[in-house]
Design a binder for this molecule. Structure first.
Ligand code: GLN
Length: 549
C-alpha cells in the first residue's frame, strides 16, 4: 500500500486514566503491523514541559530516551518495544513544545503579520507535526495517542486538532476510545454509564469514536455491548471487550481474537495482507514464556524513587523491569522483583545480609545525593560476596566510586554531583556541560541519546554483545574522571567499553575470574531491550543470576 493516503488513528481515554491507553495504542500498532502495514506512533502529552527530562520520576514515571536524545514519556518505550521501532522527537509532543514552536514562528514573522490565535494556530501546528511524523516514517498508519482523559481542559486543543484533521481528511482519520467500565463491589455488576457520558463529552468536542475498547475487570457481556452500541452510536461489533490480563503482552493476542485488525482495516478501507503467522508465532512463543517460566529468579532493585508507593515505583523504572523480564523469560525463568530502598541500608548495616537471598542486584539510574551512601554499601557487599551486580548509569558511577573507596583506599571518593568538595572526584562533570550548569540551564544539559562505544576483547561486555562496536542510549551529565582511570585499571577494574576516542568510560567490569558478574554501564541498555530481542547485557546478568547458588 502506498502511503499517499496515510491513515491516522487517534486513541483517546475516557472515565479514568491509567487503564492502558498506551498499551492499547501499541497493541493496535502491532496487529496492524502484522498485517503488512507500515505503522508509526505518536504520543501527545498535555503538560507544558517541553520534554519529560525535567520531571521527577516519582511524579511522571520513567523518562524514556529516544535515539536522537529526546527525553520523553514511558509510553514511547511501549511503542518501541511492541512495534520494534526506533522513534524520534517528531513522534513526541507536549503542549509546551507546540506553543514554543508557534511562538518562535511568530517571532520569525512566519505568520506574515497575521494575528496568531490559540485556534486555529495551535491545532494547525499539532496537525503539521502529526503529518510530518507520518511522512518521515513513510507510514500507512499513524497511531496518535492523546494523553489525559476526555473532559479535561488540558487536552482540548489536541482534540480540536484531531477534529480539524477529520474535516480535511474525512476518510483517513479515525477515533478509538479506551474507556473504563467499573464493577462496584457492592453493586456487583459492570456499569456502562460513565462510558456513555465520556462518549457524549467526546461528541461535544465534535468527535464520534469509531471503536470503543471497553476496559474492565472482567469481560463485557452481550447485553452491555448492546447498551453501549445504542448509547454510544456504533454497531455492537465495534465495542471491544478488553478485560484485565495477567501480562500486557497478552493484549495484542486478545485483540486479534476479537478480530480488531479486520475491523480496523474495514473501517479504514484498506486492503491488507492476512495476519503474518510467522510474526505472530514469534510473539506467541514470547507470551508463552511470559506465562510459563520454570523457576524463579529473584532480583533486588536498590533504588531511590520510592516516596509515592509501589505503583509509581515500578513506573519509575519501567524499562529496567521490562528488560529484566525479557531476558528472564528468554531463559525460561520467572523474575520476581524486590524493591529495596537505598536509604534503608544507610541506617542499618545488618540489612546488607538480606541481599544474600537474591540471585542478583540492580542499581538503576538516578540523580542527587539521597540514598547514595546506602547504594555504595550495597555494592561493596555484593562485590565482596560475589552476588551478581548490574549497575545502570548512576549504578555504574557508584560501582566505580565504591571500587575507588574500598579497593584503592580513597576513602572520600565521590561524584561531583554529591560532594564537589571531595579530594577524589572520581565521577566528574564533562567539560562541555560546565558552562550550561553555571547558567542553571539544567533542561537539556546532558549527554543524551545514541553514542557509539568500542568493546575490549575477552571481557564480559564483548562476549555478551558478540561484536566490537555497539550503539547505546545515554542520559547523564557526569563521567568517570580520566585522571583516575589508570590507577583503577591497575587495581583490576576493567573498562571494557569506551567511546571511540577512548576518553569516555562506557562499561566497567570485574573479570569473570574475580566475580561472576560485576558490571556497570554508563548508558541505559534498558532502552534497547525488546520483547523479541532481549538485551545482551541483561541476558548475561540473568545468566549469572541463574548460576548463583
Ligand atoms: N546522575 C548521574 C549523571 O547525571 C547519572 C544519571 C543517570 O543515572 N541517568 O551523570
Amino acid at each position: 500500500m502506498a502511503n499517499s493516503n496515510c491513515k491516522y488513528i487517534f486513541v483517546v481515554g475516557g472515565v479514568i486514566s491509567g487503564v492502558g491507553k498506551g498499551v492499547t495504542s501499541s497493541s493496535l500498532g502491532l496487529i496492524l503491523k502484522n498485517r503488512g502495514l507500515n505503522v508509526t506512533a505518536i504520543k501527545i502529552d498535555p503538560y507544558i514541559n517541553v520534554d519529560a527530562g525535567t520531571m521527577n520520576p516519582t511524579e511522571h514515571g520513567e523518562v524514556f530516551v529516544l535515539s536522537d536524545g529526546d527525553e520523553t514519556d514511558q509510553d514511547m518505550g511501549n511503542y518501541e518495544r511492541f512495534l520494534d521501532l526506533d522513534l524520534t522527537s517528531i513522534n513526541y509532543m507536549t503542549t509546551g513544545r507546540v506553543y514554543k514552536t508557534v511562538i518562535e514562528k511568530e517571532r520569525n514573522l512566519e505568520y506574515k503579520g497575521k494575528c496568531v490565535e490559540v485556534v486555529p494556530h495551535i491545532p494547525l501546528e499539532v496537525i503539521r507535526r502529526i503529518k510530518e511524523a507520518g511522512k518521515n516514517a513513510k507510514a500507512d498508519v499513524v497511531i496518535v495517542e492523546i494523553g489525559g482523559t476526555i473532559g479535561e481542559y488540558q487536552n482540548m486543543l489536541f482534540l480540536e486538532a484531531a477534529r480539524m484533521m477529520k474535516i480535511e481528511h474525512s476518510k483517513d482519520v479515525f477515533f478509538v476510545m479506551v474507556s473504563y467500565l467499573p464493577t462496584p463491589s457492592k453493586v456487583g455488576e459492570m456499569k456502562t454509564k460513565p462510558t456513555q457520558h465520556a462518549v457524549r463529552i467526546l461528541n461535544g468536542s465534535g468527535i464520534q469514536p469509531d471503536l470503543l475498547i471497553a476496559r474492565g475487570e472482567t469481560k463485557l457481556d452481550d447485553k452491555r455491548k448492546e447498551k453501549l452500541s445504542l448509547f454510544c452510536n456504533m454497531p455492537a461489533d465495534r465495542v471491544i471487550s478488553a478485560p484485565d490480563v495477567e501480562s500486557i503482552y497478552d493484549i495484542p493476542l486478545n485483540f486479534e481474537k476479537e478480530k480488531i485488525s479486520d475491523r480496523l482495516c474495514d473501517l479504514m478501507g484498506v486492503v491488507c495482507k492476512k495476519p503474518d503467522s510467522k510474526k505472530w508465532n514469534k510473539w506467541k512463543k514470547f507470551v508463552n514464556n511470559v506465562h510459563n517460566g520454570k523457576e524463579i529468579v529473584k532480583i533486588a532493585i536498590v533504588g531511590k524513587y520510592f516516596e509515592t508507593g509501589d505503583f509509581v515505583l515500578s513506573d519509575s523504572y519501567l524499562s529496567v523491569i521490562e528488560a529484566l523480564k525479557y531476558s528472564s523469560y528468554d531463559q525460561n525463568r520467572k523474575p520476581v522483583f524486590s524493591w529495596l530502598n537505598a536509604v534503608d541500608f544507610e541506617k542499618d548495616s545488618n540489612k546488607l545480609k538480606e541481599l544474600k537471598k537474591y540471585n542478583g542486584v540492580v542499581i538503576p539510574g538516578g540523580f542527587g545525593a539521597r540514598g547514595v551512601e546506602g547504594q555504595l554499601k550495597v555494592i561493596q557487599y555484593v562485590r565482596e560476596n560475589k552476588i551478581p551486580y548490574f549497575g545502570l548509569c548512576y549504578g555504574m558511577q557508584m560501582l566505580v566510586i565504591e571500587y575507588a573507596r574500598n579497593v584503592l583506599g580513597l576513602k572520600d571518593a565521590n561524584t561531583r554531583e554529591v560532594n564537589p568538595k571531595s579530594k577524589n572526584i572520581i565521577i566528574d562533570v564533562m567539560e562541555s556541560q560546565k558552562e550550561h550548569l553555571k547558567n542553571n540551564l539544567y533542561g537539556g544539559s546532558m549527554r543524551l541519546g545514541s553514542y557509539k562505544a568500542i568493546l575490549s576483547d575477552k571481557t564480559i561486555a564483548r562476549e555478551s554483545y558478540g561484536k566490537k562496536e555497539i550503539i547505546e542510549r545515554h542520559r547523564h551529565r557526569y563521567e568517570v574522571n580520566p585522571a583516575f582511570i589508570e590507577i583503577l585499571e591497575e587495581k583490576g577494574l576493567v573498562f571494557s567499553g569506551k567511546s571511540p576516542e577512548g576518553d569516555l568510560m562506557e562499561i566497567a567490569e570485574l573479570s569473570k575470574t574475580k566475580h561472576p558478574f560485576f558490571l556497570g554501564a554508563q548508558f541505559h541498555p534498558e532502552f534497547l531491550a525488546r520483547p523479541l530481542s532481549p538485551h545482551p547485557l541483561f541476558n548475561s546478568f540473568i545468566k549469572a543470576c541463574i548460576s548463583k547458588k
